[in-house]
Write a new protein. Structure first.
Length: 225
């Protein structure tokens, strides 16, 4: 599931699965500029720091697809290291503030004193530029109120958080989850994006929208309509 098998991307995507839920922390690198983006800073800072150092990269942004604790647990440490704020949709800010509560509700210990990172609001329609690559922010609520995905402007890839996985979709039964909004977010995704687009989910392996359209039982025709 390395990215080496994913061809024709304008970026390199390195995946660092962390923690009990094997949450994918992504280091997205635009090679011509050496500019990088970290998505879902749930952990893995030592490894990512080493990759950034070894390749001489410049981390331009830190993005959370949403603020379930496993996706943002170490956001304060990443923000301090990279000297950038965490970009997060305002509707999930309360979840970020409640990382400790979230940990406890899953029965996990709080590993250290968690601090709030500096936060900047990420909204539908905003674009992020990484060298020659432009990423659009789509607000895709359902799994959480402030869930967003990053869709590359040329539609070669998207970072999709817990919206869609290989063979599954994000659950809607956690606090703030909403099944109707989830259906809407998935429908928009299916209707507006090409089958060839690579999807980098918050958990599990990379896939394409075309593969999911055929094999994902939650997306089959009628399944979400
Ligand atoms: Zn989640
Ligand atoms: Zn998740």
């Amino acid at each position: 599931m390395g990215v080496s098998e994913v061809r024709h991307l304008p970026v390199q995507v390195e995946t660092f699965p962390v923690g009990f839920f094997q949450t994918n922390v992504y280091l997205v690198v635009e090679p011509s500029s050496g500019e990088a983006l970290v998505v879902d800073p749930g952990g893995g800072l030592p490894e990512i720091r080493e990759r950034v150092r070894a390749q001489g990269l410049s981390v331009r942004a830190l993005v959370a697809t949403h603020a379930h604790f496993d996706h943002v647990l170490d956001a304060d440490l990443f923000a301090e290291w990279a000297d950038v704020p965490l970009l997060l949709h305002p509707a999930d800010r309360i979840l970020l503030e409640q990382r400790e509560t979230q940990l406890r509700s899953f029965g996990f210990p709080v590993p250290r004193a968690l601090r709030m990172p500096p936060v900047e609001a990420l909204q539908e329609g905003v674009t992020l530029t990484l060298g020659r690559v432009v990423l659009e922010v789509w607000h895709t609520p359902g799994h959480s109120p402030g869930h967003v995905v990053l869709v590359e402007k040329a539609r070669t890839f998207a970072l999709v958080g817990d919206l869609i996985f290989r063979g599954s979709i994000g659950r809607v039964d956690l606090p703030g989850g909403d099944a109707v909004q989830m259906q809407r977010s998935l429908l928009r995704f299916l209707q507006e994006l090409p089958d060839t687009i690579w999807l980098f989910p918050g958990h599990g392996p990379v896939t394409t929208l075309g593969d999911e359209r055929v094999h994902n039982p939650f997306l089959r025709e009628g399944g979400i309509a």
